[in-house]
Design a binder for this molecule. Structure first.
Ligand code: ATP
Ligand code: LTN
Length: 274
């Protein structure tokens, strides 16, 4: 039997190249070696308010993007989380085995809570539901971007605790990060992770953006005060543009250095935009 993969994306906002390079691209590659379940996690999406009609539209759009990116429904399962009640049921059982302090320490909770006027309990429980998604399918591997590493560690902690309390029940899942592109940063502010929930018009490159829009966004990306690429001293914006290029092309570090050393930023941006 092939080992199992489970991963998920929230049907919120517009999917961007961070979602593709951090998650989707790896999913497409792994589906031949693993038995895969890819989840559209609408129950996670409603931890912050969503308009019901818009959420339904986003679920369909996310499914279409999965297929367009190369997820093959003949070999992989695509699941809308809320259609399988066992996700929420297991989440409750795991909630009862999870100390509150573990959840309050999660950085995503702290970041998202800081942006809300009143903090819903769902936001705190979010990683327990994520643990349920993974443990329910006895997934061996979970391909995600770097921002989810802490949630994966928590998943293993919850599984270990549950197994210790009730006997060997859950498989320990392994985190699978891409070697390049695990954390794509915002084009407008390279100190922040590219994210669907950031509203700035030059923040993210959407998977559904027109080529002309993508070019404009890349040309406007924040760099640093050097005139040209110097691999010994680069600001985060330049590192980000090079990372995006490397993740899409699959070039080695040596190829990157040979091609880009000394290149002026205008030309670097033109190359990345193409
Ligand atoms: P939100 O801002 O609404 O939380 P998001 O952009 O973080 O959304 P998610 O649906 O939470 O997107 O994430 C889906 C997948 O994409 C996860 O595996 C996550 O790790 C990955 N991912 C999200 N943003 C990035 C990024 N900037 N770089 C690499 N991977 C990312
Ligand atoms: N929290 C994840 C989405 C997610 C997920 C999962 C990822 C929900 N359930 C299970 C991997 C496995 C995020 O990317 N924000």
């Amino acid at each position: 039997m092939k080992p199992r993969v489970l991963s998920g994306i929230q049907p919120t906002g517009s999917l961007h190249i961070g979602n593709y390079l951090g998650a989707l691209k790896n999913w497409v590659r792994m589906q031949h070696d693993y038995e895969c379940v890819f989840c559209i996690v609408d129950l996670h999406a409603i931890t912050v308010h969503q308009e019901p009609a818009e959420l339904r539209r986003k679920i369909e759009q996310t499914a279409a993007i999965f297929l367009a990116a190369g997820i093959d429904p003949k070999i992989s399962s695509v699941v809308v989380q809320s259609t399988v009640p066992a996700h929420a049921e297991l989440a409750w059982l795991l909630t009862c085995a999870t100390p509150l302090g573990w959840l309050e320490r999660m950085t995503q909770f702290k970041d998202k809570a800081a942006k809300q006027e009143s903090i819903g309990d769902g936001l705190l429980q979010y990683p327990v539901l994520m643990a349920a998604d993974i443990l329910l399918y006895k997934a061996n591997a979970v391909p995600v971007g770097d921002d989810q590493s802490q949630h994966l560690e928590l998943t293993r902690d919850i599984a270990q605790r549950f197994n210790a309390l009730y006997g060997d029940t859950f498989v320990m899942p392994e985190t699978k990060l891409p070697t390049v592109g695990a954390r794509i940063m915002g084009l407008d502010d390279p100190s922040k992770k590219m994210s669907k929930s950031e509203t700035g018009s030059n923040h993210a490159i959407g998977l559904l953006d027109e080529p002309s829009v993508i070019r404009k966004k890349v040309m406007r990306a924040t760099t640093d005060s050097n005139p040209a690429v110097d691999f010994e001293s680069m600001g985060a914006g330049v590192v980000n543009l090079l990372t995006i290029h490397q993740a899409f092309t699959g070039w080695t570090d040596d190829q990157m250095k040979q091609h880009f050393t000394g290149m002026r930023y205008g030309d670097l941006k033109k190359t990345v935009a193409e």
